[in-house]
Write a protein that binds this ligand. Sequence first.
Ligand code: BYC
Length: 329
Amino acid sequence: MATAAAHRTTAEAQDAEAERTAAHEAAFDAAVAADERIEPRDWMPDAYRASLVRQMAQHAHSEIIGMQPEANWITRAPSLRRKAILMAKVQDEAGHGLYLYSAAETLGTGREELLDKLHSGRQKYSSIFNYPTLTWADVGAIGWLVDGAAITNQVPLCRCSYGPYARAMVRICKEESFHQRQGYELLLHLSNGTPEQHAMAQDAVDRWWWPSLMMFGPPDDESAHSAQSMTWKIKRHSNDELRQRFVDIAVPQAEALGLTLPDPDLRWNEERGHHDFGAIDWDEFWDVLKGNGPCNEQRISQRRTAHEEGAWVREAASAYAAKHGKAAA
Ligand code: BYC
């Protein structure tokens, strides 16, 4: 008798829980459908939380790993003005990482844990940062193409359904616009300079064009997360849509720069109202994701070293906070 009653109570409790979850799910779906923001204390499906943490972590990691290829040129910038601009840009990237790690923290995942996953290869960062910056013109090509691709991808994220991510993206996009302009201006200067400078700018664009197109992720039919992320309004457009938008923006800019995009199949398609472009080497993309890009090892080992060498700063900051916390108490 007692066992039957206990079973009944458990079954009733399970039914009540299922009903509560269904009500939560309905409220969540309605909020997303009405373009309302989901905030940290709101109920959300576990898979929504996990996918956001996955994307935001990868985004944050990309920002801080992205400091490396550009920082490579700070000591060799050709003028004080260029050096000051580049230093400010690299610092901005650190700031972007900070906003994004903080936004991820609102979902209950701490920065230490995310950094640990980056350092141990369990989380990704953008493929683009596994390519080397061989000349000064690469700083311009990164600004124009990489930041240009980033803006195209990230402006719609300002309307992401998760509030803290969307708000972080507003400020990031403003700063990315400045980054894109500085890269464009740098390349314009080189393109209109000596024949050697023009050739250096062209060579940089030749090397960065295809990896920039890969930044948008795999084609839609191979994108594991797109459909679900678009239903949840984390992503507003598919990878291929954004890639096409970027190509359409970049072509007239390349013409204005006097530089050629390295794609013989690139041409305006009147019928589609878009530029057609050549086939992307997806084998190269997946290979870079597997860790076999030209700089994967270097980027991660430099990141780990920077983290270890920064341990004393974290310890000092914690000690300071503890001391002042005690004093305030
Ligand atoms: N690189 O299902 P999919 C910057 C992964 S920072 C590496 O389409 P999703 C800047 C993907 O994570 C730029 N991995 O994924 C910084 C997934 O693997 P997992 C960074 C990639 O999430 C400093 C798998 O492939 N921007 O601009 O729907 C200086 C299948 O992909 C890449 C962001 O992070 C890639 N390119 O769409 C200068 C923006 N593409 O997670 C500049 C935010 C895909 O299953 N992120 N993968 O192991 C996004 O918008 C989306 O996450 C993506 C991918 C469009 C990147």
